[in-house]
Design a protein around this ligand. Structure first.
Ligand SMILES: C[S@@+](CC[C@H](N)C(=O)[O-])C[C@H]1O[C@@H](n2cnc3c(N)ncnc32)[C@H](O)[C@@H]1O
Length: 300
């Protein structure tokens, strides 16, 4: 086993390639790994290489805090219970009842650390195709002690820390064997909106194979509700409205229920309003849903 820093150093030295590309008429010199050159990942490799990660939050997502108890009852403690705790009656002395959580297209979201440190969570597993995202997550969260490196088959590398496993590879190649089993909970924030709209059905089909019977998906999307046609269909993030969510999840044989929990107007601050209107978007909402999987499934 290589320690994570050694691994990243070696892989940078051996595998990274120098790529010259044109971005908005500027020449940018970018370093990324050869396996990140695929059509599906190259754009993300370029973004990460110049730290163009405007979606990244410094605190756990407000919808995760607000609706955490809709996916795992007791996950978010009452304010006097303290950080990292949960309502103790959920777990026995050996933490039986603790949940496995999956983050598709995880980036370096702090939501993974937030959940990995919660007593209600047994393991957080994230997948991202870009090495720099996972490297930065490991470096920025030293308390998680992410250090072991493993290869899973020919397509994935695995980094392991305290209650957290990170898989580096293409989401569309993932299966239950790679993730080490199914999940009680899946958190999709800015993930389905990150992929090309033509891939959405495949994306959802994979989630359907990874969720346990009776499990829950917390889904956070954005809806470019008004603006020019060009701006509304631009992305990533690609707009997904209620109708599309209904089309994607509403009639699947493994879905028990699809419930909209909240929507948040992204035009609350003048700064956000200015940023989006400059891009031709006149109304933007962040939407939050919970999708419950059937406890008994006919076709698995
Ligand atoms: C908009 S970011 C969202 C990250 C995270 N969900 C969050 O809330 O911060 C999308 C992430 O998906 C990753 N990604 C895009 N396509 C992917 C693919 N096919 N397989 C694995 N990761 C992918 C990108 O590298 C990027 O980190």
């Amino acid at each position: 086993m290589l320690h994570v820093k050694e691994y990243f150093f070696k892989s940078n030295f051996l595998c990274e390639i120098l790529t010259l590309f044109i971005d908005t008429n500027k020449c940018i010199l970018s370093m990324h790994r050869k396996d990140e050159d695929s059509d599906i990942l190259i754009r993300w490799a370029q973004r990460w290489s110049i730290s163009k990660t405007g979606w990244q939050k410094s605190d756990p997502h407000h919808f995760l805090i607000k609706h955490g108890n809709d996916i795992i009852p007791g996950l978010i403690p009452s304010s006097d219970s303290g950080a990292g705790s949960c309502d103790s009656e959920l777990l026995d002395a050996d933490n039986h009842g603790a949940k496995r959580v999956f983050f598709p297209l995880c980036g370096k979201t702090v939501d993974m650390k937030f959940l990995a440190e919660n007593k209600a969570i047994k393991e957080v597993v994230g997948v991202d195709g870009i090495q720099k995202a996972l490297k930065e997550f490991a470096e920025e969260n030293p308390s998680l002690n992410i250090k072991e490196v493993d290869q899973i088959g020919s397509s994935f590398e695995k980094f392991v820390g305290n209650n957290v496993s990170l898989l580096k590879g293409n989401y569309f190649d993932i299966d239950e064997e790679v993730t080490g089993g199914r999940f009680d909970v899946i958190v999709d924030r800015a993930s389905i909106v990150a992929i090309d709209p033509s891939l959405r059905d495949d994306y959802v089909s994979i989630l359907g194979k990874l969720i346990k019977p009776g499990g829950s998906i917390l889904l956070i999307t954005i809806d470019r509700r008004a603006g020019t046609d060009e701006a509304r269909s631009a992305g990533p993030p690609f707009s997904i409205d209620d109708t599309e969510i209904q089309r994607l999840y509403g009639s699947l044989d493994w879905v028990e229920s699809l419930t909209k929990l909240s929507e948040h107007n992204e035009f609350e601050t003048e700064e956000d309003k200015k940023r989006w209107t400059m891009q031709g978007v006149d109304s933007l909402f962040e939407l939050c849903y919970v999708i419950k999987a059937k406890k008994l499934r006919s076709s698995m």
